[in-house]
Design a protein around this ligand. Sequence first.
Ligand SMILES: *[C@@H]1O[C@H](CO)[C@@H](O)[C@H](O)[C@H]1NC(C)=O
Length: 233
Amino acid sequence: MMAKLGILILLGLFLRVTVCSVSSTTQCEMDEFKHENLCCQYCPAGFKLINPCQKNHGTSECAPCESNYFTAHKNSESGCFPCSMCRDDQEEVTKCSSTTDRECQCKQGTYCNSENCLEMCHACSSCPGGRVIRKCNATMDTVCDTFDSKQAENSVVCYFTEDCSASAWKLNIVVIAAVIIIIAAVITVIRKIICYCRKRDRRALNSVNGTVSGKRIMTAVNTFQGAPACSRG
Ligand SMILES: *[C@@H]1O[C@H](CO)[C@@H](O)[C@H](O)[C@H]1NC(C)=O
């Protein structure tokens, strides 16, 4: 009986010790990783792991990344990651360092809108006869205002703006020509009316020619020439 109780107590103690020792090693701190039964501190960004720590919560042996290799975060990696390379159609926007990967983007005038730009960069679209809503950048193509470009083609206002289409310019020329023709027609009509008035006045003068003396006729002609053509009835 006593022996059985003793065994149970021993078993209980053993279990308690085992559970406590396991839990103390499984619960590592935020900046630690588990190595065998130990919690070891991670290597900082820009370093790689050479040897894990020898005692619990100890520092690990780390080495800095080689040139053109990086680790962006604290880690327990045995090797740093190679920096990405920019393709011929890309340009470097962020340099490769021991803590940052090289970042590349499509060159000016080209874009690539896929996740990691695995395909080639595409040439940016232009907006023929339309207005650019958003300029092309490395990740997004040009956005054109197609509705406004349609309107602009039929609008006289367009002729005084830069983004006029060719058809709009043709329309502009037609409008200017029409205005010139209308002005010319109006001038011709006015001249015809003046001419008619002068002829009528001259006829009126001639009719009084016989009854009035030469001096008075000359005075009448002079006043006629100086005065506006149709001022008197
Ligand atoms: C391109 O433009 C879009 C929209 O304006 C923007 O979200 C994106 O960050 C830009 N990309 C670059 C590389 O500037």
